[in-house]
Write a protein of this length. Structure first.
Length: 303
């Protein structure tokens, strides 16, 4: 037993590192539909109430798939974790739309789902530009509640800093937060992920591997810069932390994850910390009722 436990812990930590590097552990990135994106119109479409419609949005020469379930009043944007496309939220979208009456938007980040691949290292600034451009082209400029899981926490932070008036609030679901990414933690994550990154390079055309490689290329510089950021005080935020964290196999890293969430909440006004009991890093799948409740609360408080 004593000889197998360290290997199990190392395997668990490696999987959690993949989540933070940009590929959610166990995720299978959709590779179908990449060529079919051109068949959809870039102009707004109309349909029956509660029906999601696909809009292909151009930003800087590449196209992104935005899925819009039209409602009224406010808008809820669901941003998936690393390696996941918009289908991650497919079970939550109709429930959220029915509960809030809001417009619900999901989208595929570059290289995922129906969105075009953008070669080179992953850049959070480009991801923020894609999201902002998509929302503006869809006519969404205010009263947005942003719901961000895992890697999307970095996108949310940059987006909130640059566009605070667009957001009425955010729900950050076991999300990457600036306090976590100390120089020491970055070095630990890079070391743990190296075998998986090397393996991915042997099959670089596979979407999931491509995502991992591109994120790993910029991981150190991206997160050193991210560690210095702060969340704008004007934007309320609910931080939902999983019970197991992404580091179920490493008590030290798991505690750092929890401490980072607590520090984030304490460092500004209008912030709330929620621990999702009995959950893995996949909180939206493990406790959809909890996530639905926190989104509803955030939407309701902004009216």
């Amino acid at each position: 037993m004593s000889r197998t436990m360290p290997n199990r812990r190392s395997a668990n930590r490696a999987l959690s590192v993949l989540a933070l590097l940009g590929v959610t552990a166990g995720a299978v990135t959709a590779c179908s539909g990449q060529g079919s994106a051109s068949q959809h119109s870039a102009s707004p479409e109309t349909g029956q109430a509660g029906e999601a419609k696909l809009h292909m949005i151009d930003n800087g020469g590449h196209r992104l798939a935005f899925h819009v379930t039209q409602g009224h009043g406010s808008t809820v944007v669901l941003d998936s974790g690393g390696g996941e496309d918009s289908s991650y939220w497919k079970d939550l979208v109709p429930r959220l739309h029915a509960a809030t009456g809001a417009t619900v938007i999901t989208y595929d980040r570059a290289g995922l789902g129906k969105s075009d691949v953008v070669p080179g290292p992953w850049k959070v600034e480009s991801a923020v530009s894609d999201l902002k451009s998509g929302l503006r082209q869809l006519g969404v400029t205010k009263n947005v509640t942003l719901v961000s899981h895992s890697q999307a926490g970095a996108i949310a932070t940059y987006f909130a800093r640059g566009n605070p008036t667009m957001l009425s609030g955010a729900v950050l679901v076991d999300a990457n937060l600036p306090p976590f990414f100390t120089d020491e933690e970055i070095a630990r994550l890079v070391a743990l992920s190296r075998p998986q990154v090397d393996a991915a390079k042997k099959d670089p055309d596979r979407p999931r591997n491509r995502q991992l490689i591109s994120t790993a290329q910029s991981f150190v510089s991206t997160n050193k810069a991210y560690h210095k950021l702060t969340w704008p005080d004007a934007v309320p935020a609910t931080v939902v932390v999983s019970e197991k964290t992404p580091f179920d196999g490493s008590p030290e890293d798991a505690q750092r994850w929890r401490d980072a969430a607590a520090s984030f909440v304490q460092d500004g006004p209008h912030r709330k910390l929620v621990t999702a009991k009995g959950t893995s890093h996949d909180v939206p799948k493990d406790r959809p009722d909890l996530i639905l409740k926190e989104i509803e609360n955030m939407v309701a408080t902004q009216h």
